[in-house]
Design a protein around this ligand. Structure first.
Ligand SMILES: Nc1ncnc2c1ncn2[C@@H]1O[C@H](COP(=O)(O)OP(=O)(O)OP(=O)(O)O)[C@@H](O)[C@H]1O
Ligand SMILES: O=c1[nH]c(=O)c2[nH+]cn([C@@H]3O[C@H](COP(=O)(O)O)[C@@H](O)[C@H]3O)c2[nH]1
Ligand SMILES: NC(=O)CC[C@H](N)C(=O)O
Ligand SMILES: [Mg+2]
Length: 509
């Protein structure tokens, strides 16, 4: 395995991804990791990430310099390289010329890291500091026009430094360089697959749980579904999945879930029909944040009451993913401002004295999907579009009533059916409908109508942080609109949302 030391680079997750793509396991650790802890991980190589700080500044982040005495190869990237050079007796200072964007690399020394890289490859730079003096034992292996020491190495000790970022797409040879580091320098073997991950995870879960009971909140989303599959494989009926039907789900969603997990996969499913509690609590509420808070609270109450019924439950399982962990552990991440309150079951373990099991906490989303596939989760669930916890309540602008829920459900079902049929379900990040609190005049069969308006929303995105409205074909939009107005009573107008995020958000509330 490889350890990445996180100096706060916006790319550190990308480094981990690149390593894992080569089927080598990789974990990100904060700079204050104890040297003993690091040794216990038994890494074959260490990568020091970039970061916003300058090494000559007083409080710049540092990892124990003892890492250089472990006999383990080290690759420093940008700030990581500057840290290494500084720690080993070289010098780093403010550069005469800052370098952002593309630069041409000129390789000067035959170098294991540069094996197979073009003579004058492009690389991606983002720095204002530069090495002015190398530590003993180091040589320069590549230069760019503005940077005299763009790549450096100490072959004897197996230390490598790159001023540019090999992990980004804009460095075309970067993948090869990382590969060279992993396999030629560190001697890693490519054996980390989802199958091997599942095998280990199953053994670990069995070991941790023993003969106790585990509960898990199953939402039908990818994360909790894959977590459930994995844990079920490990401990079978010792796992109880609690599914809260909050009455805010899409058409047939609850029934489908019950059938798949209960009947087909033979899991212990505790299906809680709590729709009335949610709609009662939402009566008269129109403020988006209030809706979210109420739904979060009712969810917690329902879930807790249900969980208490399960005898000998000692563990709560959650589908926490690696990005959540990295964000909460990073000393540099800092709290971001709350745009919308998301709900989860995070508060429960403390309240109920349950121990947490988070078997996916070292995986990225696409790895979770792969794992789901390996475990036999049906395609439709593996590739399910994200669906917000507060469900249709935040897609009904204004008051949420049973009647409005029923209208939106029908509209939404038509939209999804057509999106799927046209082959767009996987191409877009999300596609859904929003019911507006205004009416408009129309004419149907020579009669005046005064009915609801729905807005269609489809966006493309890679991580939901930014998104663009999807350029769906007009013909498809036309078909959807026609079907909705013809088939759903109470709707006489359909509009398409053409806002990107930012400045809009994906959901309307
Ligand atoms: N209706 C529900 N019934 C039971 N548990 C739920 C429900 N909705 C959410 N949860 C639990 O709360 C967790 C957080 O929910 P949220 O939807 O915010 O997370 P998520 O990242 O989308 O995860 P998932 O893909 O599992 O839905 C879920 O993973 C699940 O364990
Ligand atoms: O699990 C969730 N619980 C929530 O409360 C929630 N609110 C928004 N979303 C989803 O998050 C992504 C970004 O949404 P926004 O651009 O609307 O903030 C989009 O994918 C949204 O669907 C939620 N998911
Ligand atoms: N991207 C980085 O790691 C930047 C490192 C350092 N702050 C510099 O400007 O050189
Ligand atoms: Mg979810």
């Amino acid at each position: 395995m490889i350890v990445v030391i996180d100096f706060g680079s916006q790319y550190n997750q990308l480094i981990a991804r690149r390593v894992r793509e080569q089927k080598v396991y990789c974990q990100i650790e904060p700079p204050d990791i104890e040297i003993k802890q690091l040794q216990d991980l038994n890494p074959e190589g260490i990568i020091l990430s970039g970061g916003p700080a300058s090494i000559y500044e007083k409080n710049s982040p540092k990892v124990s310099e003892a890492i250089f005495d472990l006999g383990i190869p080290v690759l420093g990237i940008c700030y990581g390289m500057q840290f290494m050079v500084h720690a080993l007796g070289g010098n780093v200072s403010k550069a005469h010329k800052r370098e952002y964007g593309f630069a041409r690399l000129r390789i000067q020394n035959p170098d294991p890291l540069m094996e197979g890289i073009e003579e004058s490859a492009r690389c991606w730079m983002s720095h204002g500091d530069a090495i002015t003096e190398l530590p003993e034992g180091f040589v320069t292996t590549a230069v760019t026009e503005n940077t005299a020491m763009a790549a450096v190495a100490d072959y004897k000790r197996q230390f490598y430094g790159l001023q540019f970022h090999p992990e980004v797409e804009h460095t075309p040879g970067g993948k090869q360089m990382l590969k060279n580091f992993l396999f030629s320098v560190c001697g890693c073997t490519a054996g980390w697959t989802m199958k091997s991950f599942a095998k280990n995870a199953v053994a670990e879960i069995r070991n941790a749980v023993g003969d106790k009971q585990v509960i898990l909140g199953l939402s039908g989303g990818v994360d909790s579904s894959v977590a459930a599959m994995l844990i079920h494989q490990a401990i079978g009926r010792q796992l109880t999945c609690i599914f809260v039907d909050n009455g805010l789900l899409r058409q047939d969603e609850g029934a489908r879930l019950k059938k798949l997990f209960g009947q087909h996969l033979k899991m212990n499913i505790d299906y809680v029909n709590a729709g009335k509690q949610f709609t009662d609590a939402l009566k008269g509420v129109t403020d988006p944040e209030k809706k979210r808070k109420i739904i979060g609270k009712v969810f917690m109450d329902v879930f807790e009451a249900e969980a208490r019924k399960i005898k000998d439950a000692e563990f709560l399982a959650q589908g926490t993913l690696y990005p959540d962990i990295i964000e909460s552990q990073s000393a540099f991440g800092g709290p971001t401002s709350i745009i919308k309150s998301h709900h989860n079951v995070g508060g429960l373990p403390k309240k109920m004295k349950l121990k947490l099991i988070e078997p996916l906490k070292f995986l990225f989303k696409d790895e979770v999907r792969k794992l789901g596939k390996t475990l036999g989760l049906p395609e439709e669930l593996v590739w399910r579009q994200p669906f917000p916890g507060p469900g249709l309540a935040i897609r009904i602008i204004g008051e949420v009533t049973r009647k409005r829920l029923s209208v939106l459900r029908k509209v939404d079902a038509i939209l999804l059916e057509e999106i799927r049929a046209a082959g767009y379900y996987k191409k877009v990040w999300q596609s859904f409908a929003v019911l507006l609190p205004i009416k408009s005049v129309g004419v149907m069969g020579d009669k005046r109508t005064y009915e609801n308006i729905v807005a269609l929303r489809a966006v493309t995105s890679v991580d939901a942080m930014t998104a663009d409205w999807a350029k769906l074909p007009h013909k498809l939009l036309g078909t959807i609109s026609n079907r909705i107005i013809n088939e759903v009573n109470g709707v006489n107008r359909v509009v398409y949302d053409i806002s990107s995020k930012p400045p809009s958000t994906i959901e309307w509330e």
